[in-house]
Design a protein around this ligand. Structure first.
Ligand code: NAI
Length: 248
């Protein structure tokens, strides 16, 4: 596996933190050059610095802006004279709150990043892959087990993450003929800044319900992303893979 991604170019959104940062590390360690894309450029630069600045290229991208995403496609091509064959959609946000009190803004923001952002990044980079005749493309979308658990207080988040699963399946059917695979991962509760803000009581309940009795680590999601990104998973397409320690 260590050499699995040599010669590949990847772009990871949400690369400034958590699962995205861990994915940059692993894809790079497995041989890929990695564009670390984040709305927070300082965080993306921090990722590159933390990883020793080798083969990690920070890029400011707001996945909720079509202009920003199309600029990213152009800048990437300018810099590398090619288009990434690996796209990881990890950018995501939460704005939890009870449905009856949820401001429209909180619904829209979560939708714009988690679902529409995944749509725009997938669409624009897949177009570029097809145009540049990239072989063996792989797109990995980060959904969430919340798409199935449908927690109270997460109507906006759960709806977007369920949407990512359906979106992934449609994309896998449409892109198969171009040799581009599209898969989704449903992480459980993972030790990242996103989960750091979840109340302790809820985290304790999650750990109790999880057969492995602990939260996951970002590297445990990154390993599955790296597998799906690599040709080792060449017949996996349109899948939604739970990586939750058994939490349902
Ligand atoms: P995180 O909060 O640690 O990192 C998210 C990153 O996305 C941040 O660097 C942030 O700047 C970036 N980002 C936010 N909006 C953006 C935008 N519009 N454009 C570009 N970048 C943007 O989150 P974490 O935990 O690493 O989550 C990554 C993905 O995994 C998210 O999609 C999240 O919903 C999903 N997930 C996380 C779980 C967890 O337990 N941590 C569980 C299940 C799914």
């Amino acid at each position: 596996m260590a050499q699995q991604l040599i010669g590949k170019l990847a772009i990871v959104t949400g690369a400034g933190s958590g699962i995205g940062r861990s994915t940059c590390r692993l894809l790079r360690d497995y041989g890929a050059k990695v564009i670390a894309a984040d709305r927070n450029i300082k965080a993306a630069e921090e990722t590159a610095k933390e990883l020793g600045d080798r083969d990690i290229f920070p890029l400011e991208v707001d996945v909720s802006s079509l202009q920003s995403v199309t600029n990213a496609v152009g800048k990437t091509y300018e810099q590398f004279q090619t288009t990434p064959s690996i796209v990881v959609n990890s950018a995501g946000i939460t704005r939890d709150g009870y449905l009856l009190k949820m401001p429209e803004r909180d619904y829209d923001d979560v939708y714009s990043v988690n679902l529409k952002g995944t749509f725009m990044v997938t669409q624009q980079f897949a177009k570029a892959m097809i145009e540049h005749k990239i072989q063996g493309g792989s797109i990995v979308n980060i959904s969430s087990i919340v798409a199935k658990m449908n927690n109270i207080g997460q109507a906006n988040y759960a709806a977007t993450k369920a949407g990512v699963i359906s979106f992934t399946e449609v994309a896998s059917k449409e892109f198969g003929k171009f040799g581009i695979r599209v898969n989704a991962i449903l992480p459980g509760y993972i030790n990242t800044p996103m989960v750091a803000v979840v109340p302790e009581k809820i985290k304790e309940q999650v750990v109790m319900r999880c057969p492995l009795g602990r939260l996951g680590e970002p590297s445990e999601i990154a390993e599955v992303i790296a597998f799906l990104a690599s040709d080792k998973s060449s017949y996996i397409n349109g899948a939604a893979i739970e990586v939750t320690g058994g939490l349902k």
